[in-house]
Design a protein around this ligand. Sequence first.
Ligand code: MIG
Length: 805
Amino acid sequence: MINTIYKILLVMFVTAASCVAQDITTLEQIGAVVRFERTEKAVTLHCRDNSQVQLTILAPDLIRVRASFGKPIPQSDHSWAIAKQNWETPRWGLNETSDLITITTDELEVAINRSPLLIEFRDARTHQVLNSDERPMSYDPKGNFAGIMFDPKAGPFVAAAKKLGFDEHFYGLGEKASRLDKRRSSFINWNSDTPGYIEGKDPIYQTIPFYIGLQRGIAYGIFFDNSYRSYFNFGQSSQQRAWFGAEGGEMNYYFFYGPSIKKILGRYADLTGHMPLPPLWALGNQQSRWSYYPDTMVEAVVNEYRKRDLPLDVVHLDIDSMNGHRVFTFDRTRFPDPKSLSDKLRRQGVKLITIVDPGIKHASGEGYHAFDQGLEKNFLQRRRNGDLFVPKVWPGESVFVDYTIPEARRWWGDLHRVYTDNGIAGIWNDMNEPSDFVDQTGKNQLDVVSYDEGEKTTHAKNRNTFALLMSRATYEGLERLQPDRRPYVITRAAYAGIQRYATMWTGDTNSTWEALSLNIPMFTSIGLSGEPFVGSDVGGFIGRGNGELLVRSYQVSFLAPFCRNHKVIDGYDQEPWRFGKYYEDIIRKYLKLRYALLPFLYTTLENAHRTGVPVFRPLLLNYQDDPNTYNLDDQFMIGDDILVAPILKPDVTRRLVYLPAGTWYDYWTNKRYTGGTMISGEAPLDVVPMFVRGGSIIPSGPSLNYIGEKPVDPITFNIYPDDKGAAAASLYEDDGVSPAYKTGAFRRTAFRATRGGRGFVVSIAAAEGSYNPGPRKFSVVLKTEKKPKVVTVVDTGRSQQVDIR
Ligand code: MIG
């Protein structure tokens, strides 16, 4: 039965395609500027057609553009994505001529042509053009776009068109089943449950309407903060324009100036929120299956992991752990005592995560608390005519919560007490596009009204933010229930800002080589869109894998923030040992390496939290001036220092690896390379080509079965000097579980190595932050070809015992 539903879903998605021509030149253009006024932080343009445009100066490198067509800019101004509303206005100036109004900040110059109304962003110092309107912003008062609109009642359609650079590259846009450089592609955002998606399938689960343009090494960003079904076209069918638009709402975008992508990502994180740190164990290895039950099966999986000396931190409980798919319940035949199960597993170092879907079983008169309370409190979604909205999901006929109601979010969050009381350590939000088996496109939900700050808006506006608000309710609930612990939420669907509440995985992939090769551009693009904690079902979700595919899949994911093997209900088993000892031994090697590199991974993750720069990076993020990286998406970097070039095809044991300029070390052999060229990497099945940047220091720890098993002692600093003999790094540590890091309870230690005379000097700076990790040893390993004669350690912090190898 489940199988059949699943196959029907698959067929539906493969056949549904949207191919209506989207010609924005038929839209009406905003009128010319007739006058303008200026306040302390903004300029408002009044247009001939009664439209208004407002440019707000938020930071020297961040300008918001808001347009209201045929009417004044409304007073109400709300977005679920925005984390920071109040910006301290930077200094800026305004200059006008008969043709132009020019806004200047320390970094940006915004030239507004009055007639026609065209906006151009330039570098304030060089006056170089960064991005300019190809035509005035446009809208659809006449309904010309009727054939394109998914919900014709939503409109009017709004659009902005930008000149397409001859050599302009486009990155980001969140989770798309596409390559890294989005140039010549077009996309739609409409959160959709798309099992078994392949490259080109669009839209899929998430909506992050933020992209980065890069030309001549100079980057800008555009965040089109509009949750309606939106369109992004990066010159797919036009030589002159890239455009974005939406089926309703305001033209409302934020323009970010780099020139570095890293700087843009920092600003984007300031605007839409920084990812809080998840518990450190979230970086541990995770195992899942649709579905492990009963409890003895979960124990068997954990015992098998321990018996086979494979590290493991988390097991996931999928939908069959619930009583008839009722969220916030356990199936008491399968899981008679979830608390004693979680206690038992915890003693083995394993945490349980359970799935929570948005569908609450429609269960009148049954005494099911979630349904009864939701109904009684009037928190459930209703159609415009007042009827309950009754989608069909796993429990059969169901209801959804209107998460735009603050009290409903609070109630939903509090419902998680049944999980925290039973020792469940994290929550996995699935099906939150929201998926509805009655009609997966969303057509059947168009007249569902959400409270939406009292505006009572429909599905057209609220679909794409549904998952964001559900994750928010979950995160805030866990925060209230366990204030001394960091919440850990995983979501499938999302809207911009999701990183404040949830981590993500890329949904129902296939167990195929094609799907594996998509992992890299997807992880890196999601990272470039403000979501640093990414991962995919290791081995692929749907279909039958094999040992070779599973091993190569681990070689992609072993350093991804989310490393979880998961499998569909009717798929062949895929735990690391399922294909025999030969493959299992290789997988063990990579899982152990992941655990050994945890000090490095966690330091990189904390950097993502603080700076918005992701862990899993495309090379272009670190080498923005090197055009060889602009379309390179079959290799990746972890942080600034580790480069991995996995094998993405069967029967292949060697590949070309691009090493950017600089010194590089083969991780396995320590062989030195001078970059700026392609090299041939040897990759027998047990080897993934992996290189370390000269100039880096990689901290590593002892072998662990799970995080927290024993103190991270000793910490080894692996020093890879650059061509001048220098290297530097820092190590970040905290308690790994509590939110105390937010108030200074962390320890950041800077390290530096320099070559001098016949030896090396390694200096350890005084640590920053109040966290005390207790006594442990530091060990220094110099990865130089010849052993230096003298190594001196200067320990300003004076807290460690250091030995040198
Ligand atoms: O319609 O809960 O992406 O990870 O195992 C399928 C069952 C519902 C989809 C998720 C997948 C999960 C599955 N879910």
